[in-house]
Design a protein around this ligand. Sequence first.
Ligand SMILES: *[C@@H]1O[C@H](CO)[C@@H](O)[C@H](O)[C@H]1NC(C)=O
Ligand SMILES: *[C@@H]1O[C@H](CO)[C@@H](O)[C@H](O)[C@H]1NC(C)=O
Ligand SMILES: *[C@@H]1O[C@H](CO)[C@@H](O)[C@H](O)[C@H]1NC(C)=O
Length: 427
Amino acid sequence: MKPVLALLALATLGAAAPGSQATHDELSNRAAWPNGPFVTSGRWILDASGKNLTYAGTNWPGHADVMIPEGLQYQSIETIVQKIKSIGMNAVRLTFAIQMIDEIYANNGKDITLQKAFVQALGQANGTRVLNQVLAKNPRFTPSTTRLQVFDAVADALAASQIYVHLDNHISKGMWCCSGTDGNGFWGDTYFSLANWTRGLAYMADHGKGWPALVSLGLRNEPREPTSNAALARSSYNWQTWYAAMRQGADAVHAAHPALLIFLSGLNYDTYLTPVVQGTALTPGTGRFSAGDFKGYADKLVLELHNYENSIGSCDTLKGNLERNGFEALKGVGGSVKNVFPVMMTEFGFQMDDKTWKGVYASCLAGYLPKIKAGWTIWVLAGSYYIRSGVQDYEEGWGLLNHDWSAWRSQSYVDGALRAMIRDTLS
Ligand SMILES: *[C@@H]1O[C@H](CO)[C@@H](O)[C@H](O)[C@H]1NC(C)=O
Ligand SMILES: *[C@@H]1O[C@H](CO)[C@@H](O)[C@H](O)[C@H]1NC(C)=O
Ligand SMILES: *[C@@H]1O[C@H](CO)[C@@H](O)[C@H](O)[C@H]1NC(C)=O
């Protein structure tokens, strides 16, 4: 269904002639969507009717310094959502920072206003100017609208277009991610408190109960070696610590919002989950992944992996790597696969121009992911950021959209590969 029709149907419901069949069907479709809660069964995700589904979507960052979804100084939320919908995507990985929730707790339970968030991140002059641009493009907001109210509005607009929301805890301190020296690498790193993290996950999962589109939550983006913290790296950067922490995060999310699917991401920037899939020891201990450790909700777990082997020379090599890194969990039988899961590639991406998408890496993924029926969310929707690594109005050359989020950055990629990748994944 085209979003224009969906919105029209909604807008005219109140005034529609009684008995209008089309309107009635639209209404019952809407009531059924997203038809959750979702569960997993072997390698599939199933909706409440037992029908399998997956994601074909994109990342919409909301975790950087301002800690609200990007792009709103250039376009309205609805315009951005229409772009996503217009090519048939069905999911958005919406990222957030734990710092946003820490600041709510530090402020006696009250969320920060947009006024404060923009000035804090961009300075008085630019913060005020960019906030005014956001208000001009999104007139429903005011300077005292809170950050979470912006997330709410994004989630509402995605629901109106029947696009699933997957919340992703991207980082602890709100900033561009990720490096080994950014203080957010692993539990215990400078900004990465286990207690703040489980508290923040539970808060967002609970808050998201009000979002009909919210169907899943990723516990933590790209766990990695905290290379500027040698003592922590030596004592903790391993599968045993990873498992203990992920279990706590999963318990916190499940207790707060039992309907959600919970995504686990692996070590080394979420590039592999081999011991989980193969059921080998979670070293340096001898324990192994066990569904029984996720009491009453083992059927909510999904694996997510990232891949940025952009200069790979052979598609067969890339596929072999992906299978070993965890995509073999989709096979379900044989080989060394002990634990079967749905697996999604929640990040891959490349320079958005007229030729990079024709290279080995991008064209391999465009064929392979739909073929193995693995879901995915491409990095990244953003054409520019409020601020990235200290640079305001940062141009994102990997963005699906251009600088002011008004058009596709590479129309040739969208028409030449992306639309087919979406269609083949969802068919
Ligand atoms: C659902 O499962 C069938 C195989 O049983 C597969 O052919 C189809 O592509 C799956 N659909 C999705 C969206 O994954
Ligand atoms: C304020 O914004 C302008 C225009 O985008 C930019 O040139 C300038 O560098 C920004 N100031 C700071 C401190 O980043
Ligand atoms: C955890 O949150 C509190 C506010 O509740 C904050 O003061 C503290 O700095 C946070 N810890 C880290 C490591 O960010």
